[in-house]
Design a protein around this ligand. Structure first.
Ligand code: API
Length: 277
């Protein structure tokens, strides 16, 4: 069978988006990995799947699969592309869209300037929400990696994030520390690893080594997690501009249990059809 898809990106974090409302397909992990391959497949950081909601109060179910085939709880850049996709495909006419994810509900709002604002819900810091093996909830945790001790912020945006403050993102040891922390035994479901350089209370640079996909040009939930951790440590104040390799996101969070809002672009690149092996 031929599967129709749209290739999209949010600041260079790229996605294959498929609608399983007007199409039918069951994707096995191995098929996702093959589709993710940038030479033998379509090539993407994540696969985004549009399904009918299970909760009647929601408009859609939003499922996310990393390039390694793992299904995950949330994808911030993907959420903005999801909103653009369901409007372009006329699966809805709403410009404020409620979606259910494995990490909890999101509200996606397509603005007049075509930027998309996502209500990401409140960041959570309790280690159990990541999950992260730690005895208490604190702004910074000591983590031993290859004989060195690092201080990390632990944040859940539905998906797990470890945030490391660095002097410069350009010289940050992303290739070495990213994989080592992603697979650290204290993160039973692995973890996304953010490297944050604080420029001012309202501005950071960020690189993210993503769980299941490696370093990406941008990570929406990573930007949210870095800002939430920075605000909690008293380093940052809302709103914060996050400079990622692929471009900028605006993050607003008043703190505590208030929802965190992320605003940024969503681009369509091409449409295609592919025969599923
Ligand atoms: N790699 C992430 C999922 C994609 C997150 C990222 N692409 C974003 O924009 O939030 C995880 O395993 O939790």
């Amino acid at each position: 069978m031929l599967l129709h898809f749209t290739k999209m990106h949010g600041l260079g974090n790229d996605f294959m988006v498929i609608d399983l409302i007007t199409q039918r397909a069951r994707l096995r992990d191995e098929q996702v990995r093959q589709l993710a391959d940038r030479r033998f497949g379509v090539g993407f950081d994540q696969l985004l799947v549009v399904e009918p909601p299970r909760d009647p109060d929601m408009d859609f179910r939003y499922r996310i699969f990393n390039a390694d085939g793992s299904e995950v709880e949330n994808c911030g850049n993907g959420a903005r592309c999801f909103a653009r996709f369901v409007l372009d495909q006329r699966l809805t006419h709403k410009r404020e869209i409620r979606v259910e994810t494995a990490g909890g509900p999101l509200t996606l709002k397509v603005n007049d300037d075509d930027q998309v604002t996502v209500d990401m819900g409140a960041p959570r810091f309790s280690p159990a929400t990541l999950p992260f093996d730690a005895t208490e909830d604190r702004p910074l945790h000591a983590l031993e990696v290859d004989g060195e001790t690092y201080e990390i912020g632990a944040v859940s945006m539905g998906n797990p994030h470890a945030v490391l403050r660095v002097r410069s993102v350009d010289s940050a040891p992303v290739e070495r520390l990213g994989p080592a922390i992603e697979a650290h035994p204290r993160f039973p479901r692995r973890v996304n690893v953010g490297f944050m350089q604080v420029v001012s209370p309202h501005e950071i640079h960020l690189r993210v080594f993503e769980r299941g996909s490696g370093e990406t040009l941008a990570c929406g939930t990573g930007a949210c997690a870095a800002v939430a951790s920075g605000i909690r440590q008293g380093l940052l104040q809302s709103p914060v501009t996050v400079h990622l390799r692929g471009g900028d996101l605006r993050i607003e969070w008043p703190g505590e249990e208030a929802p965190l809002m992320m605003t940024g672009p969503a681009e369509r690149v091409f449409e295609g059809r592919i025969a599923l092996a």
